[in-house]
Structures are given as C-alpha cells and as structure tokens.
Design a protein around this ligand. Structure first.
Ligand code: DSN
Length: 391
C-alpha cells in the first residue's frame, strides 16, 4: 500500500485482532475469500435499481452477481423463490429494519419491539433512533423472575396496544425464541410479524436454532455476526397478494438508499455459500457447546448468569450482583480489555444503572469458535475472566 499511515493502522489492527480473545457477541472473523470479495473492483460500480432494471449502464455482471446472491440466500434458508423474495442491498441491519417500517408502517404507526435494556435493538422503536422518532414504540420486556420472554404478557400488551408490526429477535437475549407464539400474537392483534435474526442468522443456517421463516412475514438480518459474512444486511419477505416484497424493494431504493455496495453483495454471496457447507454446520454446533461451557464454568465460579444460562451464542453476566457491588459492567469490561479479553458492557433486564455504565457484560463465542476454540479453551477463558475480575 502506498499510504504508509493507513497501512500501518491496518497492520496494527490485524495484530490486535490476532492477539486478543474476542468475546464481542456481534463480531466474527470472515474468510480470506470474503475479504477478497469486499476488496474487489465491484467497489467501483454504481448500480442504483435492481437486476435488469438499473439506472446506470455497465451492470450486466453486477446483475448476474446480485441474482446469484439472491439465489444463494434463499437456498441457504431453504426458501422457495415462489414464496419468498430477498433484498440484498441494505447497507446493514439498521437500514434494513428502517426500510421495513418505511415500506409497511404509516408515519406515527406502532412498532412493538423489545425494550433496549432487556435485549432489544435501537431500531426496534427506541426513542433515540429514527425508528422511535417517526413511529411510536410499544415496548415489551422479559419476565422479572425468569428473565425470559413471557408470551402471555407480550400477548396482553399486543391486544391492548394493537401495534402495526411486532418485532421479534434481539441483540442481547441468550434464550431460544418461540416464533410460533409470536405468530399467534401477531395474528391475534392483526400485526405484521417481523423477525430480526441478525444475531442468530448463522445458528438458523446451521440448524441449531429454529427457523423463523415458517412464521414471519419479513425477516431482516445483518450478515456479519454468526453468519460470518461482510458487514451488510438482507430483508426476506413473503411473496403474496400483500406485495410486501415490492413495497420493501421500493423502500430500500429509492426510499432510503442510493447505489448498493456491490462489493458487499459479492462478500455476502461468498459467505452464504460457505454457510451451506458441512463445516459451517459443525461450526454452529460448536458455538452452542462453547457458550454453554462458558456459562457453566462462570456459574461454577460464582457469577450470576442472566436467565440462568444460554441456548445460543451469547450470555449476560450480572457483574454488580456477582461482585456484591464492587464492580460495574464498565469497570469489568475495562479490566478485561487491559488483559486482552474484549467484551462489551451491557444492561441487564430491569437494570437500575444506565447504558453507559450498566450492571452487566455480554459475552459471545462466535468469533473465538471461528478461530477453532473448543470447550477446554472456554473453561480456561472463564477462569481467566474470574481471576481478572476478582483480583
Ligand atoms: N451493535 C450490534 C450488537 O452488538 O448487537 C447490534 O447492532
């Protein structure tokens, strides 16, 4: 690289990524092929519009790429192209979610999503996000006692508030999600059911989390978490007389975005193909085993795990309670970082502290599982976490 300053930073980041233990639940390490696709000449191309209907010339190869990416997305999640469409242009998860609301919910309509502090995402209607500025958020949370979803409570809220759309799928929820129950709730109040499977897309693809597709009207996802692709997003929608897919396509472009990032679409396609392999299935199984091992070992060492455990790629520790108030999530995260363990501070359900200095930590295993770590490694990681935080 000619620019030595930037080259130095890239090398330094590469070294940092190699040296640390990465427990950020939303990160992963992509393959060389995904990186190659991202750094390819597709980054030079403008392609506003969709395949065979572009606003610029020179897009015949891009058309082929986008169609291939769409085919592989449907194939990976075992969807028929007669019943499901997928838009692979959203630049990431937040624009994907906004595009769905823009397409289907009138201004000031009601989005029913999980409370941020209980594990929801900003774009599920939080007031600081556009999703909460242009639409109203009706929030639901987890049960105080079990710290898990209480579907009867969610149904009560839905029947009272009659939201336009219910969002299921979370950023800091360690348990399985019952999509069928969400479908019943959406039907009972006449709402669309949107599933944001960003965190668990790779687990769904690998067959270790149930698929939301039999129940949802739309499924949004990022492609860079457990799915292990580039930073990007996709929106799946049912093809039927409601024409959700056509409305969503219009909302993505020209509603919200200009030209799609074609190099990202190439990267997604590569990652989707990788996720179809038996190795990926094995990988997703190992994620679950590793997270359960990490949770069990931390529990043994006296750490309170929110909801008592985990069924997916992440877990939440209640740091404040586990240290009798000696440490907060922020202090714990900083201490771990000094010793080369990267995590993120996180609120826990019913947190009395604020998101900038919350009570908990969120730990995920997808990135380190990509690097080949197994149960014995996660036992050691739990022990290191314990030693560092109890020093
Ligand atoms: N920032 C992502 C996460 O960490 O879960 C969600 O956008």
């Amino acid at each position: 690289m000619k620019d030595k300053q930037i080259e130095k930073l890239i090398k330094a980041e590469e070294k940092r990524q190699k040296e640390v233990i990465n427990l950020i639940a939303s990160e992963n390490y992509v393959s060389k092929d995904v990186l190659e696709a991202l750094g390819s000449v597709f980054t030079n191309k403008y392609a506003e519009g969709y395949a065979d209907a572009r606003y610029y010339g020179g897009n015949e190869i891009v058309d082929e790429l986008e169609k291939l990416c769409i085919d592989w997305a449907l194939k990976l999640f075992k969807l028929s192209s007669r019943k499901w469409a997928v838009n692979v242009q959203p630049l990431s998860g937040s624009p994907a979610n906004l595009a769905v609301y823009l397409a289907l919910v009138s201004p000031n309509g009601k989005i029913m999503g999980m409370e941020l502090s209980h594990g929801g995402h900003l774009t599920h209607g939080h007031k600081v996000s556009a999703s909460g500025k242009f639409w109203q958020q009706i929030s639901y949370g987890v049960d105080k006692k079990t710290e898990q979803l209480n579907y009867d409570e969610i149904k009560k809220i839905a029947l009272k508030e009659k939201p336009d759309i219910i969002v299921a799928g979370f950023t800091a929820y360690p348990r399985k999600i019952d999509w069928k129950k969400f479908r019943e709730i959406a039907d009972a109040c006449g709402a669309y059911l949107m599933v944001d499977m960003s965190h668990i897309a790779g687990l769904v693809a690998g067959g270790v989390h149930s698929s939301p597709f039999p129940y949802a009207d739309m499924v949004t996802t990022t492609t860079h978490k457990t799915l292990r692709g580039p930073r990007s997003g996709m929106i799946f929608s049912r093809i039927d007389k409601r024409e959700l897919n056509k409305k969503i396509d219009k909302a993505v472009f020209p509603g919200l975005q200009g030209g799609p990032h074609i190099n990202q679409i190439a990267g997604i396609a590569v990652a989707l193909k990788e996720a179809m392999t038996p190795e990926f299935k094995k990988y997703s199984k190992q994620i679950i085993v590793n997270t359960k091992t990490l949770a069990q070992e931390l529990k043994k060492l006296g750490w309170r795990i929110v909801s008592g455990g985990t069924d997916n790629h992440l877990l939440l520790i209640d740091v404040v309670e586990s240290t009798s108030g000696k440490l907060s999530g922020k202090e714990a995260s900083a201490r771990l970082e000094k010793e080369g363990i990267i995590v993120n501070k996180n609120t826990i359900p019913f947190d009395v502290r604020n998101p900038a200095d919350p009570s908990g930590l969120r730990l995920g295993t997808a990135a380190e599982t990509t690097r080949g770590k197994k149960e014995k490694d996660f036992i050691k990681i739990a022990q290191s976490i314990d030693q560092i935080l109890r020093k």
